[in-house]
Design a protein around this ligand. Sequence first.
Ligand code: ATP
Ligand code: MG
Length: 231
Amino acid sequence: MFITKKMPKSLSAEAYRSLRTSIKFSSVDRPIKTLVVTSSIMGEGKSTVAGNIANILSQDGARVLMIDCDLRKPSVHYNFFITNGEGLTDVLVGNSDLKSVIKKVDDSLFLITAGTVPPNPSEILGSHGMKDLLEELAVNFDYIILDTPPVLPVTDALLLAAKADGTLIVVKSRVTKEKMVKETYDKLIDVRANVIGTVLNGCDKSIDNKYYGYYGDFKKHKEKKFKIKRK
Ligand SMILES: Nc1ncnc2c1ncn2[C@@H]1O[C@H](COP(=O)(O)OP(=O)(O)OP(=O)(O)O)[C@@H](O)[C@H]1O
Ligand SMILES: [Mg+2]
């Protein structure tokens, strides 16, 4: 269960609301509809942050679709308490029809699970079929949130970030090294991803109370940093 749903009055949920506002206003010229959530390495909180973002956007009345694009280690279905079953890969290889894999998980929140784990995830995510699918889905949803594998070990997230309107980098408090974030950022910029900011996940409440939520500009670019305390 996501903190934004379970504890909507918590500081963490408030931080996510602040993040929601920042996502909405982050790109005036190019509104964010497809958003990639990624990070440098495994276990920094990508799926947790992506699920909370999907929830908080849908709580504002938007029609939101979350897609599990981590075809190597799908987990989004666990967080939403549904089975993986047929999903993204099955549609892309032509074994399932798109409508049948879109699962309704809340009033205006929908999910496409990863589906059958394929031998060639990068090829599938980098395909023209994936690009066409995102374009087709963008007609029916206000936001499409893509959960992805980490950037440093595999190219999957880069392939998606190149297609999406915006990308957020999740940074795990006291774990992710600055060098890794820089490397991740550079790789994303190399594929011309629109990196709209970083999310600091799992930071200490006692230290960060007075700073919770958005807290400033990120280097010379226009990305923002956001702090999230609990999942
Ligand atoms: N802010 C948080 N507070 C407490 N636990 C958290 C927080 N964020 C994530 N977690 C927990 O940390 C673990 C890893 O989180 P998550 O699966 O979201 O990371 P991930 O980056 O998607 O991992 P992977 O790279 O394996 O896909 C999970 O058990 C999750 O519940
Ligand atoms: Mg994950």
